[in-house]
Design a protein around this ligand. Sequence first.
Ligand code: ZN
Length: 67
Amino acid sequence: MSDDSSRSPSGYATNVLECSACGNECEHFVRIELITESEKYGGNQPYRITECQICGHEDEERIGMGG
Ligand SMILES: [Zn+2]
């Protein structure tokens, strides 16, 4: 299949990042998740989850507004 003209916004992406756990600069899976942070906000907050492909460590970084 050749499908290079369409991109899925919810598909996996990878970035080369430095892992905060193992210290290696390597590919990380990057995905967006909605996490219920606090009920007082009345909704979920988007987080960027990065997963190290060497040690599997996941980091969460809030990308929502505020803070
Ligand atoms: Zn790692």
